[in-house]
Design a protein around this ligand. Structure first.
Ligand code: IPD
Ligand code: CA
Ligand code: CA
Length: 261
């Protein structure tokens, strides 16, 4: 059993580490970046790598036995019950274009379940965090999802997969439908922050496909602890290793599910 005390220690560590990594990003923001291409449009900058190096060093120092799954380089499998899931910079394309909407995302999985999530936006000094059964917070303030129950009055968020230029499975048709049915749809470029914006009531719903575990691991804990609902497109339990995510304030979940079906 995971004690509340230990979970609080893990969460405190994740918060401090995310802020530290965010400061590294902020220092490098709006300077010249060394940009490499991982795919046609999928970028990695020196900032992604510096942030990841810092986070991995911190985890290894404090929790040397834990496993780590981080986006850029670190895949450490120690057979531990704990696995840290890390996106050192979510919103790399924004970062590389000086569009100030990006974050650090750190989550921890215990025996296959996500038990804590921390997302830090250094541009606005906004720290979103949640631990299992402990509620969700923006800085020190408790946050909850909206109570909006009408899709036509909802503000939604999504993103487009990196293989949109080469693969037929995308979300453009769904984007079209929601653009007509909802009050608005935003594509801001950071799935982790999209989920946090849903958790604190700035969005009412979010859907996306082909995300990676590190994009959603922290955000889903924050959404659920803020009273939201996270499933796949059919309403089945969501896994960070799965392909489809639908996250809402719970009230518009079925309406969005119908459109995605
Ligand atoms: C990306 C962002 C974006 C989403 C992409 C992700 P990255 O993460 O979360 O919003 O649409 O699919 O890969 O590459 O900036 O870490
Ligand atoms: Ca990401
Ligand atoms: Ca990333």
């Amino acid at each position: 059993m995971l004690s509340t005390n230990y979970l609080c220690q893990l969460t405190g560590f994740a918060r401090t580490t995310a802020i530290g990594a965010g400061k590294i990003l902020l220092k490098k923001a709006r300077r010249h970046h060394r940009i490499e291409l991982k795919g046609r449009v999928n970028l990695v900058t020196d900032a992604d790598l510096a942030s990841e190096r810092f986070i991995i060093r911190m985890i290894k120092k404090r929790f040397p036995g834990h496993s780590i799954l981080a986006e850029e380089r670190a895949r450490i499998e120690n057979g531990s019950e704990f696995r840290w899931v890390v996106d050192p910079l979510d919103g790399t394309t924004n970062f590389a274009h000086n569009f100030p909407f990006y974050c650090v995302s750190i989550a921890c999985e215990y025996r296959g379940k996500m038990v804590l999530g921390v997302v830090y936006d250094p541009e606005r000094n906004e720290l979103f965090s949640a631990r299992q059964k402990g509620g969700a917070f923006l800085n020190r303030r408790r946050i909850t999802v909206t109570s909006q129950f009408r899709l036509e009055r909802s503000l939604l968020a999504t993103g487009f997969p990196y293989d949109i230029g080469s693969c037929r499975e995308d979300n453009l048709k769904q984007f079209n439908r929601f653009a007509r049915l909802a009050r608005g749809v935003r594509r801001a470029g950071s799935a982790a922050l999209d989920l946090c914006y849903l958790a604190c009531g700035r969005f009412d719903g979010f859907w996306e496909l082909k995300l990676h575990p590190w994009d959603t691991a922290a955000g889903i804990v924050i959404v659920e602890e803020a009273g939201g609902k996270v499933t796949d497109f059919r309403g089945k339990a969501y896994s960070i290793y799965g392909k489809y995510i639908l996250a809402t304030n719970a009230r518009i979940h079925n309406q969005m599910k119908k459109v995605l079906a």
